[in-house]
Design a protein around this ligand. Structure first.
Ligand code: NAD
Length: 321
């Protein structure tokens, strides 16, 4: 039987590479696309020998052409960590706007179903807790994080417009903080920062007083949620994340315990517009997709720590600085 063909943008990144693995395993022909802005070919090199995987080095803000038929598109290309999008603000805005436009155009041309990767950042610093999909958000468009948050908000708007105006089959996933192997060790997010600090004998840096909360979802749970959403018939935005909320101070303590590190916790000023709390309301994912996270934080952190231990020596290699 002919394989279904799927294009995955951001394929060399953390989430994109795990999605490539899943769709390859499911027997799809996977076309990975990436310009390596924040990703690495090392995340997907194990797929290169397979006959049902191919890779295009391409910037999706430029016209996107893929020969042959295409059944599905997953648009995951975008800098995703605050360090990355603060260093690359224009690329971040362009990939969320022009990139999404190009991929929606491709979906329309190929009559493919497209799923776009939105984010809990569309809720900004939320005044509603936990955050259901109906909440419109609290974002500062001209603050430093606005380049990411507003790019994703535009992405959602143009995706809905292509659905309503052109009848393109669209899906929108709002991803909450996700972690796991292949996160970049120095991407600046709390988990990689705490783990690398603990593993390299530095004190753990907590911003503010550490009372701000996050909810961390293990990558295999997220991939399962995305897989189910793609094949559902639900076209409105859907939260996928783990509602198990923890303060960053307690999280830092958990990492110290897990790594057996004797380092201290030190406090630094809170960055501008840092959200005070984050926790997904996953009622829709539970009822519509029959999905909920399965991997506990303890187990997920153990698996992630194994990866970090293996890769800690690469932290200061030129590629990672
Ligand atoms: P990542 O940085 O590891 O991966 C993003 C990939 O996109 C990289 O490989 C990068 O090189 C590629 N890319 C960036 N601009 C591109 C362009 N113009 N053309 C082609 N490729 C380009 O980040 P990630 O954590 O894997 O995030 C993937 C997607 O999921 C992003 O869209 C992000 O906004 C979204 N997301 C992630 C999280 C999370 O917790 N990781 C949370 C919410 C949303």
């Amino acid at each position: 039987m002919e394989r279904k063909r799927i294009l995955i943008t951001g394929a060399a990144g953390f989430l994109g590479s795990h999605l490539c693995d899943r769709f390859v395993q499911e027997g799809f022909h996977v076309i990975g696309m990436d310009n390596l802005l924040t990703g690495s070919l090392r995340n997907i090199e194990h797929l290169f020998p397979l006959e049902n995987f191919e890779f295009y080095f391409h910037d999706v803000t430029k016209f996107v052409h893929v020969p042959g038929k295409l059944d599905y598109i997953l648009h995951f290309a975008s800098p995703a960590s605050p360090i990355d999008y603060l260093q690359k603000p224009i690329q971040t805005l362009k990939v969320g706007s022009l990139g999404t436009h190009n991929l929606l155009g491709l979906a329309k041309e190929k009559k493919a179903r497209i799923l776009v990767a939105s984010t809990s950042e569309v809720y900004g610093d939320p005044e509603v807790h936990p955050q259901p999909e109906e909440y419109w958000g609290h974002v500062n468009p001209v603050g430093p994080r606005g380049v990411y948050d507003e790019a994703k908000r535009f992405m959602e708007s143009i995706t809905m417009a292509y659905h309503n105006f052109h009848g393109v089959e669209t899906r929108i996933v709002r991803i909450f903080n996700t972690y796991g192997p292949r996160m970049r060790l120095n991407d600046g997010r709390a988990l990689p920062a705490f783990m690398t600090q603990a593993l390299t004998g530095q004190d753990l840096t907590v911003f503010g007083d550490g009372s701000q909360t996050r909810s961390f979802c293990y990558v295999s749970d997220l991939v399962e949620g995305i897989y189910r959403l793609l094949f559902s018939d639900y076209h409105l935005p859907m939260n996928i994340g783990n509602p198990d909320e923890i303060s960053l101070l307690d999280f830092a303590k958990e990492i110290l315990e897990l790594t057996g590190s004797k380092q201290k916790i030190v406090f630094k000023p809170l960055p501008t517009d840092d959200p005070k709390q984050r926790r997904p309301d996953i009622t829709k994912a539970r009822t519509i997709l029959g999905w909920e996270p399965k991997v506990s934080r303890r187990e997920g952190l153990r698996l992630t720590l194994e990866y970090f231990k293996k890769h800690i020596d690469e932290l200061h290699s030129p590629q990672n600085t």
